[in-house]
Design a protein around this ligand. Structure first.
Ligand SMILES: *Cc1c(COP(=O)(O)O)cnc(C)c1O
Length: 452
């Protein structure tokens, strides 16, 4: 057969509205943003040097955001201490950077606790939260003088039992949950304020000579978009502190407001982009510090204000870089683009409409596109519907604001996890977690004799 006879590939015709340069519903231009560089380094080169996909963390952005947060609180309140929330991103290099900036460690498991110790954090600067602290974990934390935030009565009684045997006096705070106007209410952690459990726990601690009440803690939820909820929470903790002082003449050393500030990511189903709706650190700081300084707390003994901010500190500093694998038309004519970043590497894609942009100049013509990851799984959707230009195979994409939770909640699934690099202040790139190899996994597996 000759070439002339060869059948042409059929492409289903579709009609598209051309929307280049036209305003969207927010009145802004539908300009295609691109991210071709991170801190002055070309995305293309980073991918060439460290393979695709690639997680990139910007030290510059970590520092800038941290300084902004610190400034917002310390200009409004005399004693402020941040504690880095390990579960938000516990890569050692990241934790050490926060510790270098002055953050203590906030951990929620024995594993995270040991990580903090290995990262050089003094035991007394570790806040131990979470509902699952083993007897061994608690013993270690008591001996190290760490701040133990009690989650429930069973844990409190275990600590009191341990206090009989251990020389060091356990330093305790209770986690308090409460109605702050945020629903559904997070009432599964800690002791409830309204039903009197929190007050009850405080009395039990105060009446036991072998334990020391040092603080009060709450973590009202995550991605909280109403600063006023923090005002309510701070007011209620201050009220408990005042009651303890009145009844026992005992002053708590700190009030810990937990984490939960929103990041600029856009939640699924949100009408406006997160960049427009996210409160500033100043908004949160204003609500919290107003409640504290206007409370009845003795001004000569102001407790230190602890903050365990995670998401809002690191989200913006993380990028996920990837490569286009293919384009195809779906059954209904919609275009789909397949990239090498799967939801196993982007756990937060379950909640966020992640900002994904090309890494090189593209046509200004965009089309409603579904962006899929590379997994052989129907749910592997990075963006279900996004106005996106046509990228070609091997073109690069950048997903921004991925610094929080993706490097801890990632799943090893179908593919191996890639390199993570940090760009330092002098634009040097350092690998802070190597890409996984099959060997890493082989080390943990055991095949019983009879299957060999
Ligand atoms: C997860 C967590 C944080 C951090 O929360 P963000 O929403 O990331 O700020 C702080 N404190 C506790 C107790 C947590 O469980």
């Amino acid at each position: 057969m000759t070439n002339i006879m060869k059948k042409q590939k059929y492409e289903r015709p579709i009609i598209n509205r051309i929307n280049a340069g036209v305003s969207n519903k927010f009145g802004t231009q539908t300009k295609i943003n691109i991210i071709s560089e991170i801190d002055g380094l070309a995305v293309k080169d980073l991918l060439k040097d460290y393979d695709s996909p690639l997680y990139v963390i910007s030290e510059r952005e970590i520092r800038e955001t941290y300084n902004k947060a610190k400034q917002a609180f310390s200009t409004r309140y005399p004693k402020v201490q941040f504690a880095w929330s390990y579960k938000t991103n516990y890569l050692d290099a990241v934790c050490r950077l926060y510790h270098k900036l002055g953050s203590w460690a906030e951990v929620v498991s024995g594993f995270e606790y040991d990580k903090a110790i290995d990262n050089g954090v003094p035991g007394s600067n570790i806040i131990f939260n979470g509902p699952d602290k083993s007897e061994e974990d608690l013993t270690k934390a008591i001996k190290n003088g760490s701040l133990i935030h009690v989650d429930h009565f069973d844990e409190l009684y275990l600590i009191m039992k341990l206090a009989d045997k251990i020389e060091e006096t356990p330093k305790l705070a209770i986690r308090v949950n409460m109605d702050t106007g945020i629903y559904p209410q997070w009432d599964r952690f800690g002791f409830n304020y309204e039903n009197g459990e929190a007050w009850n726990a405080l009395n039990r601690i105060m009446l036991n000579e072998k334990v020391d009440l040092v603080g009060l803690h709450t973590h009202i939820g995550t991605y909280i978009m109403t600063p006023n909820a923090y005002g309510v929470a701070a007011y209620k903790l201050a009220e408990l502190a005042v009651r303890v002082d009145k009844k026992y003449g005992h002053k708590v050393k700190y009030i810990d407001m937990g984490g939960g500030f929103a990041s600029k990511n856009t939640l699924k189903g949100a009408y406006l982009p997160g960049t427009d709706t996210c409160p500033s650190f100043d908004d949160y700081a204003e609500a919290i510090t107003n409640a504290l300084i206007n409370s009845e707390i003795d001004p000569d003994n102001l407790p230190t204000l602890f903050l365990e901010t995670g998401r809002a500190l690191i989200d913006d500093a993380g990028y996920l870089l990837g490569t286009v694998l293919a384009n195809k038309r779906l059954a209904d004519g919609r275009r789909s683009t397949i990239i090498d970043i799967g939801i196993n590497m982007l756990f937060t894609s379950f909640w966020y409409e992640h900002n994904i942009v090309p890494a090189q100049e593209t046509t200004h013509h965009t089309e409603d596109t579904t962006i899929y990851g590379p997994l052989c799984m129907n749910i592997d959707v990075i963006r279900a519907a996004i106005q996106f230009p046509l990228l070609n195979k091997k073109d690069h994409v950048v997903i921004s604001r991925i610094g929080a939770y993706n490097m801890t909640q990632w799943l090893q699934f179908i593919t191996l996890r890639p390199n993570v690099v940090i760009i330092d202040m002098d634009k040097n790139v350092h690998i802070i977690r190597e890409n996984e190899t099959k060997k890493n996994f082989d080390q943990l597996e055991k095949v019983p004799e009879y299957l060999k």
